[in-house]
Ligand binder design. Sequence first.
Ligand code: ADE
Length: 231
Amino acid sequence: MRIDIVTGLPRLLDSPLQESILHRAQEKGLAELVVHDLRDYTHDKHRTIDDAPYGGGAGMVLKPEPFFECVETLRLARQYDEVILLAADGEPFTQQLATELSLEDRLLLLCGHYKGVDQRVRDHLATRAVSIGDYVLTGGELAAAVIVDAVVRLIPGVLNDGSSALTDSYQDGLLGSPQYTRPADYRGMAVPEVLLSGNHDDIARWREAERERRTAERLARTEIEKKHTHD
Ligand code: ADE
């Protein structure tokens, strides 16, 4: 899979894409992650990528021309399955969407700016706008890193343990079960007996029960929070 990312702040993405599993995925040739500097698609001395909003108001808006010129240039070389604008008011990013995107060959991510991007980018370049949560970041770069991370780890062969991603929290709608490693007793905090038993059926049953218990607990908490915010 190839993912291109367009941003006015390319350095923000350097380290998130170059460490650990994402680094290895690229080394293994399973993912190609390419960052493009929006400023390379400007024509003025100051390499301007934003401007004041029409109609007035605080903050600057990212200009349309660099985005259009960048995306048009990239499209000369390849077509994209999805062009995703990162925006706080986009559709929510979920494990389901991560799974869908992991099945694509070519993604193009456009990083917005907290005040916004000229609407014409959203209407005519992006196939969808995606948000990683109901809070406002200074820009789409960290959101792009989150999406790349969640998507690339689902590509077959990226995780060493082939079945590992399938037992993740959310992958089948349930949260994961608690995990423990040595020592069996740390400062009096003991690992549940069943995990030391060597009985794989018992362990599988315990894990399933824990997944259901944790999911039910989380749902109950979310319901209580919802009730409080509506009161
Ligand atoms: N840009 C600013 N906030 C964002 C968010 N929550 N998700 C995606 N992009 C953003």
